[in-house]
Design a binder for this molecule. Structure first.
Ligand code: ADP
Ligand code: MG
Length: 522
């Protein structure tokens, strides 16, 4: 018994590292703040870009918070949680990633001071949750009571793109295309995000970016003699190989004479010709096949004047079903004309060495593609990210809870609302709630900072203007910034972006604060 009591209890194997209490918290907070700091200079229209160089020398140039954090290869677990904030934000609403990461970092930074003045982490966590709830109420109050017409949606789309590299085309022009695209597929206020796609193609200036109806495929026809354009055609969508099926089923020919060999070849050939015959008799003009098409079948299809594409990805094939109304067919044999779709046109264009197919389903087809051009891969990648954000915010505004003032306007209102409610909260929790408001202030302050304004003066002026007018933002225009009404200036964000930023930043910061013991294995 005695010897057992003296035995030290090892719950960690050798080589494990353990940090506890204050030391663990300090290290986590520092790591979280460092990550947030890495993206804060990119916030807003005057935000700078980051160049990220991967271990293999690949380069990404971007202003997009989520992309920066994703590419940074962050190892510290607490720092990774901030990266996840940006990812959640990206997945949930598609924009506001820098906002969310900066806010999370500020919440940690404020918590650090509170911990220094001996506030217990659980009190801070409770206060932050309470403040986050108040923030959501404040956002509800900020939702603008206006008609979401094209002008407003374009302002939303444009606000999300300013500061991002868009090549030789302005965010304003792109915003108009994005809104046009979203409107085209919208069913009232409901929009299916999948119905607006982006297809990139280098080799032209960004200003050549255009909106096309339907689906764009990186595919060439299965046979060079197929038509390169089909108008008003009927479409079959196949999910089956077009080749000799008998060979799959282990049928053995016992061939003992040349006649029998000829017969076998003839049987095979007739099967292959059968595909083209069936399709042609059903008046199919275009075939999209998700699997292989035997070269001989492709030849027969070409002879029948049918345009066919093989190995179409399942994603594109879903899009084609939507755009053309065609159903996916598992076999050609019992082809039902009801299962066919229609296209207004399919045309194949050549860009450098690439064939690109444009499939326009025509009227009634709810599917559009932004055909994005750019001179280089870097330009086109950043343009694609900007457009994805713009599509996301336009849909978020239309489909998911309206719009609020941008340019720090909503943040100043949130901070004000939280402070005015903090007064009635008893005890030390009040300090944490006020600290939350201070963290929210960091967003307009950072906007001002990135614009080259004196951040303290700007924040004071912003609050003063908000108190007097009930609405105020830090409007960045050209080289400088000024305090003005964001709605009048057309700087408008979706409410969903703000809601999600508050939620995910609070979640990450409080999760990090609750940790007081870090056990890591080597
Ligand atoms: P995020 O990744 O958080 O979306 P951005 O760099 O896109 O970061 O910056 C978004 C912020 O910039 C939003 O708060 C938006 O209101 C603001 N913003 C956009 N355009 C302007 C403008 N012209 N003046 C001031 N703020 C703007
Ligand atoms: Mg943005």
């Amino acid at each position: 018994m005695a010897s057992r009591q003296q035995q030290p209890l090892f719950i960690l194997s050798e080589g494990n590292e353990r940090t506890k209490g204050q030391a663990a918290q300090d290290s986590n907070i520092r790591a979280g703040k460092a990550v947030a700091n890495a993206v804060r200079t990119t916030l807003g229209p005057k935000g700078m870009d980051k160049m990220l160089v991967g271990s293999s020398g690949d380069v990404v140039i971007t202003n997009d918070g989520a992309t920066i954090l994703e590419e940074m290869d962050i190892e510290h677990p607490a720092a990774q949680m901030i990266t996840e904030v940006a990812q959640t934000q990206e997945i949930e609403v598609g924009d506001g990633t820098t906002t969310a990461a900066v806010l999370a970092g500020e919440l940690l930074s404020e918590a650090e001071s509170l911990l220094d003045s001996d506030l217990h982490p659980t009190v801070i966590v409770e206060g932050y949750h309470e403040a986050a709830r108040l923030a959501q109420e404040a956002i509800d109050e900020q939702v603008l009571d206006i008609d979401l017409d094209d002008e407003i949606l374009e302002a939303v789309a444009e606000s999300s793109m300013t500061g991002k590299g868009t090549g030789d085309v302005t965010a304003e022009v792109l915003a108009a295309r994005v809104v046009e695209a979203v409107r085209q597929v919208a069913d009232g206020e409901h929009v299916d995000r999948e119905d607006v796609r982006i297809h990139t193609q280098t080799g032209a200036a960004s200003s050549a970016t255009e909106l096309v109806d339907g689906v764009v495929l990186d595919e060439e026809p299965a046979n060079a003699n197929m038509p390169r354009r089909v108008d008003n055609g009927s479409v079959a969508l196949l999910e089956t190989k077009l080749d000799v099926r008998t060979s799959e089923t282990d049928t053995e020919y016992s061939i003992s004479s040349v006649d029998q060999l000829d017969a076998a070849i003839e049987a095979e050939d007739s099967e292959l010709r059968g595909y083209a015959k069936t399709l042609s008799e059903a008046d199919v003009d275009v075939v999209f096949c998700t699997k292989d098409i035997d070269d001989r079948v492709a030849g027969y299809l070409a002879d029948a004047g049918i345009l066919a594409f093989s190995n179409v990805s399942s994603k594109k094939s879903k899009a084609l079903a939507k755009a053309t109304g065609a159903k996916h067919l598992g076999t050609v044999a019992d082809l039902d004309t009801d299962d066919l779709g229609t296209v207004e046109s399919v045309s194949i264009e050549t860009y450098g060495d690439d064939d690109v197919a444009f499939v326009d389903g025509g009227t009634g087809s709810n599917y559009v593609t932004l055909f994005v051009r750019g001179s280089t891969d870097h330009v086109i990648d950043e343009l694609e990210r900007a457009l994805n954000d713009a599509i996301d915010v336009t849909i978020a505004a239309l489909d998911n809870g309206g719009v609020v003032p941008g340019a720090g306007g909503t943040e100043v209102a949130i901070a004000d609302y939280i402070r005015s409610h903090a007064a009635s909260v008893e005890g030390r929790k009040q300090l944490a709630i006020e600290a939350f408001a201070d963290a929210v202030d960091a967003l307009p302050r950072t906007l001002a900072e990135n614009t080259g304004m004196d951040s303290i003066d700007a924040l004071v002026d912003l609050r003063g203007c908000y108190d007097a007018e009930g609405i105020a933002g830090i409007i960045v225009d050209g080289r400088s910034g000024e305090i003005a009404d964001p709605v009048e200036e057309g700087v408008i964000d979706p409410a969903a972006v703000k809601r999600e930023a508050i939620e995910s930043a609070t979640e990450a910061a409080t999760m990090i604060l609750r940790i007081d013991d870090v056990i890591s294995s080597e």
